[in-house]
Design a protein around this ligand. Structure first.
Ligand SMILES: Nc1nc2c(c(=O)[nH]1)N[C@H]1C(S)=C(S)[C@@H](COP(=O)(O)O)O[C@H]1N2
Ligand SMILES: [Mo]
Length: 448
């Protein structure tokens, strides 16, 4: 649970698991995590403010005897040894952290053309808004900023009524997906391959909404604000507030979405309203969206500065400290692919061809080819590759491999984008925050 290089005296404002917080002091942990105070005589906890509803939301049901619950305990629902936490509505995800909640999808659970809501990864920087604080009919989205002609506040029903609805199949990938492979390790969630998903998103066009509020000539960037809270609990702080330059905001596929796969967006993925700016680091797609600012400069919200979501302008040796002025904001993500069938680790009968498949995507571009290797990249066969459902959707690939004799093999997939750029076979350039690892995906197969 503990990311490398975490500082020596973590504060509640840092990303750290429940178990870490409780291990230091159960009673302070109660206060930090749930706003729960301990009665010094009875040793029972009592909840203040939203604390009880926060714990209720976390365990997924009313805690009938909450006033009898001893202080300093992690609810057993969250305290199982290997799986510290389950996320209501999610299935089979690998939990990387529980405070904030971060969970990735094992590759074989990404086999569907359209990722089901239950299998869509979760990357939170702060604390999820409490379900009872979300009322879709009263939800408002404010459009403002220096470069906004007519600042306006829409309710969600107004947004839906006023603007045309569009549905696109759009792939979102966290900029840090693949971070776990960098050496030396970099700070943050140690994502392997599954911080990616491709769902059908329905919403209104960001462009239509911004234009209706008047985009001034000096507009440069759109910054988002969401309703999640900072890990410190400080209401003046934001967990993340990023966005995209105007040209990306004005694309047809850039949405303010209210539905995923035809249903409400799951709570953890931004219910009831989120941005979807596909092909770019998913950190640009603000969840629990409450406000958009049309900025006259590059947005300077939380996690736009420092090293966040930036990479060095030039290749650096692993472990290098790069000056801030040499770091650039990540825009379109690099070409990448995954093997979603078979599941890594299977045995396959020798002599039979093995039909394997997966997806490939390439940021703002299209994927033009996918190749598959069973000999560690010495020879490759060309996979059959489908066109995307629409721009910014991932693409299905299929290939058939044959194993020459019994033994251990790896299936590697390597995609090439429409500019001729290929995935690297092994981990690409190290960078201080461990972004953009688009190495070939590798799975293990035994021919028996
Ligand atoms: N309000 C808000 N928006 C957010 C985040 C967040 O923590 N808060 N995380 C961002 C990051 S870093 C990613 S990768 C995506 C993850 O989207 P998902 O959780 O729906 O998969 O949401 C982005 N939008
Ligand atoms: Mo992310």
């Amino acid at each position: 649970m503990k990311a490398p290089h975490s500082s020596e005296s973590p504060s509640p404002a840092e990303e750290q698991g429940l178990h870490e917080i409780y291990a230091r002091s159960g009673e302070t942990a109660d206060a930090t995590v749930w706003g729960r105070k301990i009665d010094p005589l009875s040793r029972r906890g009592f909840f203040k403010g939203m604390g009880l509803s926060a714990m209720t939301a976390a365990v997924g049901a009313e805690i009938v005897f909450s006033d009898q619950m001893p202080g300093g305990l992690i609810p057993a629902a969250l305290a199982q040894s290997n799986v510290p936490f389950t996320i209501p509505g999610k299935d089979g995800l690998l939990i990387l952290n529980d405070r904030p909640i971060n969970a990735e999808t094992p590759a074989h659970f990404l086999d569907d053309d359209i990722t089901p809501a239950s299998r869509f990864f979760v990357r939170n920087n702060g604390l999820t808004p409490l379900p009872e604080s979300i009322s879709p009919d009263q939800w408002t989205l404010e459009i403002a900023g220096e470069a906004c002609e007519r600042p306006t506040k829409f309710t969600l029903p107004e947004l839906k009524a006023k603007f045309q609805h569009y549905t696109y199949q759009i792939q979102l990938e966290c900029g840090g997906n693949g971070r776990s492979e960098f050496n030396p390790p970099t700070h943050g969630n140690q994502w392997t391959i599954g911080a990616v998903g491709c769902a059908n998103w329905t919403g209104v066009r960001l462009r239509d909404v911004l234009e209706s509020c008047g985009i001034r000539k000096n507009a440069v960037y759109v910054g988002y604000h969401g309703a999640d809270t900072h890990l410190s609990g400080d209401p003046k702080k934001e967990s993340i507030s990023r966005g995209v330059p105007m040209h990306k905001a004005l694309e047809d596929e850039s949405l303010i979405a209210f539905a995923m796969n035809g249903e409400d967006i799951p709570l953890q993925n931004g219910h009831p309203l989120r941005m979807v700016t596909g092909g770019w680091p998913a950190s640009t797609s603000g969840k629990w969206l409450t406000k958009l600012e049309i900025r006259d400069r590059v947005h300077d919200g939380e996690k736009m500065g420092g090293d966040s979501y930036k990479v060095p302008k030039y290749p650096v040796a692993p472990g290098t400290k790069v000056p801030e002025e040499d770091m650039v904001i990540i825009e379109s993500m690099p070409v990448k692919s995954i093997v979603t069938f078979p599941q890594s680790g299977i045995s396959h009968e020798l002599g039979k061809p093995l039909a394997c498949r997966g997806h490939a995507w390439a940021g703002d571009l299209e994927v033009s080819e996918v190749h598959v290797s069973i000999d560690f990249g010495v020879t490759w066969i060309k996979a059959d590759l489908k066109k995307p459902a629409n721009r910014l959707a991932w693409q299905r690939w299929n290939a058939e491999v044959r194993f020459p004799k019994k033994g251990y093999y790896e299936i590697w997939s390597r995609a090439v984008d429409s500019n001729g750029q290929s995935q690297p076979m092994l981990v690409p350039g190290w960078n201080p925050k461990g972004y953009l690892n688009n190495a070939c995906h590798r799975i293990a197969v035994q021919a028996v």
